[in-house]
Structure formats: C-alpha cells, structure tokens
Design a protein around this ligand. Sequence first.
Ligand code: 5GP
Ligand code: ZN
Length: 121
Amino acid sequence: MDCLFCKIVNKEIPAQIVFEDERVIAFNDINPQAPHHVLVIPKKHIATTNEISDEDTALVGRMHQAAAEIADSLGFAQDGYRSVLNCNTHGGQTVYHIHLHLLGGKPLGWPPYTEKLKQPL
Ligand code: 5GP
Ligand code: ZN
C-alpha cells in the first residue's frame, strides 16, 4: 500500500519520533502550526475517521491517551493543547491514514479557520 504514514510506521521513511508503543506512534509534524505539533497515528492503517470500526474504538482512545501523555512529557499538558482529526476534503485531510494533530505550546485561537465565512451558517 502506498501510504506515507504506513511508511513512517515501518521506518521506511524517517520522522522525528517522540513516542511509540505497540499500537501507536507519534512524530513531529514536518510543517508545524504551533511550538509543539505532533501527529499521533495508529500503526494500523485506517484511511479516515469514517472507517473507524467497532474493533478500532479502543485504538482511537489510545491515540487520545497517548497524546495526553506526550503533552505531559513535553511539559504543556497543564497549560493545555488542542487535538484535531481532519476528515476528507472539507476537513482539510491531505494524508489518508488517520492522525491526531496535537498542538500546544502557546494559546491557540478559536475558531481555527482564518478564512471569513462567505455564507451564513
Ligand atoms: P492533514 O492535512 O491530513 O490533517 O495533516 C497532514 C499533516 O501531515 C500535515 O500537517 C503535514 O504537515 C504533515 N506531513 C505531511 N507529510 C509529512 C511527512 O513526510 N512527515 C511528517 N513528519 N509530516 C508530514
Ligand atoms: Zn497507512
């Protein structure tokens, strides 16, 4: 399968890995959007959050738990952070292997988009 993040899981392409266990791996985003920007991914290939099956629910929970552990180990858990999962085109997904963006190290703006809404909600 030609999947960028599966290649990182298999160590076929390099990444700055900050955490790894049997089920998940986490590495620094190549284009960071905050002082800390880590991607937490399952080792199992799941293309989008629409494909999360019943057997994956604990795995997705582990992604969130690992993100909290990484935030703690990097020293920003108490100040806080944001975790984001983008899905498909409207969500801005560009890599089709689910990944939790862990963003921290500064106060983050909300809402996260910068483009003005062209139409009312
Ligand atoms: P998405 O837009 O799919 O939610 O997020 C994909 C993320 O993967 C982006 O933030 C992008 O910077 C990051 N990314 C893309 N290619 C690579 C890569 O080869 N290595 C790393 N470490 N991050 C990548
Ligand atoms: Zn994959």
